[in-house]
Design a binder for this molecule. Structure first.
Ligand SMILES: NC(=O)CC[C@H](N)C(=O)O
Length: 231
């Protein structure tokens, strides 16, 4: 399988995602430079974390108009699988592939730590190897992860099952005490209505090997592989 990993000036998790794809899973990572429009026949796209274009204006606001993002939007419209991690999620929001927007964290600081997530939807291609209600330990590292959207959108995404992961306690309790950044309804990741585009603030690639303190993120990558190779 060929996994496309877009690289923007300021991306800093592209090689980490590439490591998981190649060294942990044994698939091919294809790096796609931001000024290219050719997706090089990849099977799926994983937009990595980082600070695309220095997070100027707003995180993801400049990346949304780069040629590679236009190509990714066309790929997603045709049903291609696109996952955005952290800055990748911010780019998907800015590009309109996912609903809502990010505000600065409620603490107004950069937060880098392990958090717990409750898996709310295991019926999309990115989470099929998890159990619904499972608690995952995966780290966050961001300054703009405070998810917001209009009230009607929130109602819609909740009713459609588009909230895929939520910040929670180690026991799986969702409460304000375990909301690191102020996100509405403790939202950590959402998908589009069709389920082929998924964005999350936590970094599954940083929780894909035991030596990193958790392997709970690995099944997201394995789920994508399975969805593509075993449809
Ligand atoms: N880890 C990342 O992707 C970086 C975070 C992001 N650009 C922010 O600070 O909000």
């Amino acid at each position: 399988m060929r996994v496309g990993i877009p690289v923007f000036p300021g991306s800093n998790c592209d090689r980490d995602v590439g490591w998981v794809v190649e060294s942990v899973l044994g698939h091919e990572a294809v790096y796609l430079w931001h000024s290219e429009r050719d997706l090089k026949n990849v099977d799926c796209i994983i937009i990595p974390g980082g600070f695309s274009y220095g997070d100027y204006l707003r995180a993801g606001a400049m990346a949304k108009i780069s040629p590679i993002t236009e190509a990714i939007c066309e790929f997603a419209e045709k049903g291609g699988l696109v996952m955005g991690i952290c800055n990748g999620f911010q780019i998907l929001l800015e590009a309109g592939l996912l609903p809502g927007a990010m505000l600065p964290n409620k603490t107004l600081s950069f937060i880098c730590k392990f958090v717990h997530l409750r898996l709310e939807n295991n019926e999309i291609p990115f989470t099929r190897l998890y159990k619904k209600g499972e608690v995952l330990k995966i780290p966050i590292a961001h300054a703009e992860g405070n998810y917001t959207c209009p009230e009607e959108t929130l109602k819609e995404i909740e009713e459609n099952g588009q909230v895929v992961v939520r910040y929670c306690s180690p026991e799986g309790v969702v409460s304000e005490d375990y909301n690191p950044n102020g996100s509405l309804n403790n939202i950590a990741g959402i998908c589009n209505k069709r389920g082929n585009v998924f964005g999350l603030m936590p970094h599954p690639e940083r929780a894909s090997e035991a030596i990193l303190g958790s392997e709970d993120g690995l099944r997201m990558f394995k789920s994508i592989v399975e969805s593509i190779t075993k449809v």
